[in-house]
Write a protein that binds this ligand. Structure first.
Ligand code: NAD
Length: 336
């Protein structure tokens, strides 16, 4: 386990969210005894509340809250950010950029508190738009973030956050680790309400159409845009592996299994055991035309790359969302 021992304090921000919730549970399960989990959401809206963890509700845009958050910590995983799928980030660009306050104040607080190691969750949205104009896109390698022309709002915030991490190492010696996540999915995340991403949204649409006896579903765009999707287990393993490594530059953590959105729907239909007519909404947010992770660097530096097959991860995701939708809210467990 290494960088810190199981008795050192590890802080996870965004812990009420999808990846943060899983990370807290995973660290706890692997023996970390002192975990501080922080999120702005009230506790009853956290996806996972892990027993034995110090759970704190704070707005980490605030400098003092960040100082309290990192007090006594040896490692920080900063996953807090105001974000969502394309439906959210295309319509909340300023809100996304305000998350720059979280990473900025967390870095300053971590430096001042003598934190040993700091993780920042960046995104494939940092990649230059002109390299993602074709469905049969060449996989994006880390150098493709420059010259910079990232996703408006959210992508700029992430790219700026990456630079902050780099310069905090160069100027102050704070050990920072930066992952560029590509489309993470799995049970225990957002599947409705406007912040959900394509895998969860498609599961929800198919499940609700099936339950309502409907014959069609709406699809954003023409369905021929391409993406790669990473299952949460790969994301957690890669994140922790990166944190323990000596890799100081941003690195892709994503799947290289490229599919069109239509192929993703085919997968969900196979799991559901039923096909639907697709109503293509060409004016809905759809993001870049094609995006896939190039995993050469992660294979070289970590000797590993995400490998969970889309069909296997989607099976578990679909079953979880199905349970959420069909179980009355009062009886629903947050994550099970
Ligand atoms: P999420 O929205 O489920 O979790 C983010 C959490 O941050 C939320 O619970 C939110 O309440 C919290 N938060 C927002 N503002 C805050 C504030 N001011 N103070 C404290 N907490 C605050 O998202 P996620 O999918 O778990 O993503 C985690 C991180 O990974 C984010 O930084 C995200 O940008 C990044 N990321 C995720 C994906 C993905 O596909 N899920 C892809 C690329 C990058």
């Amino acid at each position: 386990m290494t960088v810190s021992d199981a008795d050192s304090l590890v802080v996870i921000t965004g812990a009420g969210g999808f990846i943060g919730g899983h990370l807290v549970a995973d660290l706890r399960a692997s023996g970390f005894r002192r975990l501080r989990a922080i999120d702005i959401k009230p506790l009853d809206r956290w996806y996972q509340v892990v027993p034995g963890v110090e759970n704190v509700v704070r707005d980490l845009r605030d400098r003092l809250a960040c100082e309290e958050a990192v007090n006594g910590a040896s490692q920080v995983y900063n996953l807090a950010s105001d974000m969502g799928g394309m439906g959210f980030i295309e319509t909340h660009k300023a809100d996304c950029m305000i998350s720059v306050l979280i990473n900025t104040n967390m870095l300053i607080a971590a430096r001042d508190a003598g934190v040993e190691r700091y993780f920042f969750s960046s995104s494939a949205c940092v990649y230059a738009a002109d390299k993602q104009t074709q469905p049969d896109v060449a996989p994006l390698s880390e150098a493709d973030a420059y010259p910079a022309m990232p996703e408006h709002g959210y992508g700029w915030e992430k790219l700026f956050g990456e630079r902050m991490c780099r310069h905090f190492y160069e100027d102050f010696g704070l050990e920072t680790r930066v992952a560029r996540y590509h489309n993470v999915y799995g049970p225990g995340g957002t599947y409705d309400g406007g912040r959900e991403k394509a895998p969860a949204a498609i599961c929800r649409k198919i499940i609700t159409a099936q339950l309502a006896g409907a014959t069609d579903i709406e699809v954003w765009g023409d369905g021929e845009q391409t993406r790669s999707f990473m299952y949460i287990d790969d994301c957690l393993y890669g994140t922790r592996r990166l944190m323990q490594s000596d890799v100081r530059e941003p690195i892709n953590i994503g799947s290289d299994e490229l599919v069109t959105i239509n192929q993703l729907i085919d997968v969900v239909e196979q799991i559901a055991g039923r096909k639907f007519r697709r109503r293509y909404n060409l004016s809905a947010p759809k993001g870049v035309r094609g995006r896939c992770s190039d995993n050469a660097l992660i294979k070289d530096r970590l000797g590993w790359a995400p490998s969970v097959r889309l069909r296997d991860g989607m099976e578990k995701t679909y079953r979880w969302i199905h349970d959420q939708i069909t179980t009355p809210a009062a009886m629903r467990r947050i994550y099970a």
